[in-house]
Design a binder for this molecule. Sequence first.
Ligand code: ZN
Length: 397
Amino acid sequence: MKAIDRFIKYVKINTKSDDKSEAIPSTAIQLDLMKVLLEELKELGIDNAFIDEYGNLYAHIDGEGETIGLNAHVDTATNISGENVKPQIILSYNGQDIKLNDEYTLSSKQFPTLLKHIGKDLVTTSGDTLLGADDKAGIAIIMGAVDYLISHPEIKHHPIAISFTCDEEIGRGARYFSLEKMNASYAYTIDGGDISYINYENFNAKGVKLTFEGIAIHPGSGKDKLINAVLLLNEFLNELPKNDNPYHSEGYEGFWHIDDVNGNSQYLEAEMILRDFDIDRLNKRVEIINLSIEKLNSKYPGSKSKAIIYDSYSNMKEYVDKKPIVIEKAKEAMIKNGLEPKSAPIRGGTDGATFSKMGLVTPNLGTGGYNCHGRYEYLVIQDFEKMIDVVIDILKI
Ligand SMILES: [Zn+2]
């Protein structure tokens, strides 16, 4: 089966996850694709493949040397439908607007990156769903590379460990991931965009649960007595560095970001996230928060301000630096296929960051998919196919 046909087959299977669901996996429809993948792996002659009790699929293929892992996720983003996806193929893109349907047009004025793909073939949506290249392109790349190596037994390659995971889009992709079942020396997530990029730096992330308890009393007789929780939050926010928020930051700059706020003048809860590539800078933010809370508590006796700080994920760079072969191998394979390897900091987290922290160093590679999580998502077919060759070269000895 041609890799692009595989991709088209996968995107037609709805696998949207659901952050409101506590089921494992969050939606049973993700297993529909898992079963198809298991079937395909068996047809390729890979008997050592199974879906575990959490819905994750693992497969192993013998080879020589260190075991290299490959990971992609089956689910698609929750913010737009993934049902009844009708992919459209645009042959030899000419730079003009692409009409997705009567209402929506994919235009290079809005998405100038499109102009980099003139002359190449694209797969787009039909305007009313996402495409699901994130991350079904990653799955099809892994399947394509494995298919090629199995049908060319004369090519010597590393032992291969595959994992396809559920619920990445709702932040649970690594929750039920098993290092033992994966059993690899290092791995790659194939879950990025531009195929010239290998990403191995991401934010260190912490979350903060804030609570402010004021003192309620009739406002008319509130003099020196009424303490308003909303004003406590306001005063707290004023203590934080003004420009360190998402509106003002990019590249390697970190931020604090106030998110969910719930409550009233008597009691208020708020969620905050803290992000920094540099761990010392992140810890500095924690210090500022703790100091501001202390200040409020001593300034307003009787009120209670509290900040509970917890770890979310960490920068994989420190783990990657200890195993340089992982990046070297990928860069070599990219250069061999005519790419000029680049890297950029990921201003978020990846499942690979969590795998790395667990002990399996896992940088991220591209798929040739762009504009993920929306109706303007598209895949560049030639880049997608080239990525199969890159993965094959990573696996080769
Ligand atoms: Zn993804």
